[in-house]
Design a protein around this ligand. Structure first.
Ligand code: FES
Ligand code: FES
Length: 150
């Protein structure tokens, strides 16, 4: 079936297969900033924003996106630039596989709770696995981003 939805503030009408996830739909259309990791709701790398809230694209059926607003990092270039800068300064930018999902989560955190402290950031990022960083540098980068952005 065809679904019409907003992707990064642009209207799209795409065909989706029965049972297809939002993750597979996006990647089939070359939106490969949205990563495919576990494909089972445990790693966080497929995070996108649905109506400004983080969701795991591997767990959302594509048909559920009809009429909704989806954002990926491509649609939030200015904020993602600030987050990338903070990651670079704090040494949190390593292989980068987890970065798009974390960037979108931090963008949502800023909107929801810009005064979040380190403990709250850790809690917010709990579902985002990173095999490279040890997480401390990411928390520091998040504090830097929130501090600069608020
Ligand atoms: S790919 Fe969706 S949570 Fe891992
Ligand atoms: S930086 Fe490599 S998985 Fe997070």
């Amino acid at each position: 079936m065809k679904i019409k939805f907003m992707l990064n503030d642009r209207s799209q009408t795409w065909h989706t297969e029965p049972g297809e996830s939002l993750l597979d739909l996006l990647r089939r259309h070359h939106v490969v900033s949205v990563k495919k990791g576990c494909d089972g709701s445990t790693c966080g790398v497929c995070t996108v924003l649905m109506n400004q809230k983080p969701v795991l694209a591997c767990t959302v059926l594509a048909v559920r996106c009809a009429g909704e607003h989806i954002h990926t990092v491509e649609g939030l270039a200015d904020e993602v630039e600030k987050i990338s800068e903070a990651f670079g300064i704090e040494g949190a930018d390593q292989c980068g596989f987890c970065n798009p999902g974390i960037a979108l989560a931090l963008y949502a955190l800023k909107a929801e709770h810009p005064e979040a402290d380190a403990a709250e950031i850790k809690q917010y990022l709990e579902g985002h696995l990173c095999r490279c960083s040890g997480y401390q540098s990411q928390v520091k980068a998040a504090l830097r981003y929130l501090g600069e952005a608020s």
